[in-house]
Write a protein that binds this ligand. Structure first.
Ligand code: UD1
Length: 355
């Protein structure tokens, strides 16, 4: 079975995708600098995928601590894979920074890691004739969308440096594919709002510091780590006045990555740009109420002023992913909350360590 490089494989989406890929038989090299992740996630990934010592976990999942900005480490990964007789056949590139507010305060860091790191990775891939890449893009590049549900043909109009960094890498990948027709196999996957956790509750989202995003904040209030959720705005022009998003269960998202990779490896070289979302709009209050059901008690909340930079409604048109990959989401909001609560209640302090 093919060997893959997974950058950022210890992170939230990366770790869940590793489970799906290992179960499908892929061998993995995970490159992670553990700046916002824990190596414990990978120990649990190995256990969840049912990899026994006799199967040699070292062969099925090799961990390499390091940054995508370090070409020497990247070169070593590709070289050693060739030496073991199993070259890297494809890369899923999760590694990157993702906090919008932080990107406004420190844009250079976001361009360095997200754009510079991607360039460093792609350079090494090209040098080792590896031309298959799945890139973690984001619905954030639609900015304030002109239409919902949002198709992939909607204008790219990011409103913060994080969004610009994702748009820049997509631009680069399009230029690269056009420069060598028939060579590159690339998928840019535009995630909507990834939430939930593996149904076992063994792996999940473990944000550093105070969560910026709704779902981890709600989970931490429910488990008693934070007192109360602030809902940013109750006067939006939406059915209940709170913002509407397209929340996607992280295991649906993980399966979407496998579907994209399988498609790239079997079809003729191409560049795919796909929304990964459910197509279903859910309000903040609906999330809060569903989570309350899942954890067995209401989640305390207060409605406060709007957060700058929020759009009222973002919902994916996911029909292209269904058409090209045969993939669509299978899990409900109740599944999301049940699995998210399984993770948070069993791991109130997350993994309890970075690195
Ligand atoms: C945010 C980012 C987006 C990024 C995505 C990654 C912003 C403006 N957008 O999307 O660029 O790709 O995360 O997952 O930061 N909310 C509350 N209280 C909270 C937190 C959030 O009411 O404490 C509300 C927000 O106003 C929003 C909804 O919950 O209406 C979802 O927020 P969030 O989880 O941060 O996701 P996005 O803003 O959609």
């Amino acid at each position: 079975m093919a060997k893959l490089l997974i950058t950022g494989g210890a992170g939230f989406i990366g770790s869940h995708t590793c489970v799906v890929l290992l179960e499908a038989g892929y061998d993995l090299v995970v490159l992670d600098d553990f700046s916002n992740s824990s190596s414990r996630a990978l120990d649990r990934v190995i256990a969840l995928a049912g990899i026994t010592p006799s199967e040699s976990s070292a062969k099925r999942l090799v961990t390499v601590p390091g940054s995508i900005n370090n070409s020497l480490v990247l070169e070593k990964v590709f070289r050693e894979a060739i030496e073991t007789g199993q070259p890297i056949e494809g890369v899923i590139h999760f590694a990157g920074l993702k906090a919008v507010g932080e990107s406004v305060a420190d844009p250079l860091r976001y361009w360095h890691v997200n754009v510079g790191g991607s360039i460093s990775l792609i350079n090494v891939m090209a040098a080792f004739s590896c031309h298959t890449l799945v890139f973690s893009s984001s619905a954030t590049l639609y900015g304030y969308p002109d239409q919902v549900p949002i198709p992939e043909t909607a204008p790219i109009q990011p409103i913060n440096p994080y969004g610009h960094s994702k748009a820049a890498v997509e631009r680069l990948l399009n230029d690269l594919a056009a420069s060598a027709p028939g060579q590159w196999r690339i998928a840019c996957l535009r995630y909507f709002n990834p939430v939930g956790a593996h149904a076992s509750g063994r792996i999940g989202e473990d944000p550093l510091g105070i969560p910026n995003n709704l779902f981890p904040f709600v989970s931490q209030v429910a488990v008693g780590r934070r007192e109360r959720l602030q809902i940013f705005g109750g006067d939006w022009s939406t059915p209940d006045g709170t913002c509407v998003r397209d929340y996607i269960h992280v295991m649906d998202l993980a399966e979407g990555h496998k579907a994209a990779l399988d498609c790239l490896l079997t079809e003729a070289p191409q560049l795919l740009t796909l929304n990964l979302g459910s197509g279903r709009g859910i309000s903040v209050l609906e999330v809060v109420n569903a989570f309350g059901q899942a954890c067995g008690q209401p989640v305390p909340h207060t409605i406060v002023d709007r957060r700058p930079g929020d759009a009222a409604i973002t919902v994916a048109d996911p029909s292209e992913a269904l058409r090209r990959l045969g993939w669509s989401t299978r899990r409900s909001l109740d599944d999301i909350c049940r699995d998210g609560w399984a993770w948070q209640s069993a791991n109130p302090a997350g993994y309890g360590q970075r690195g």
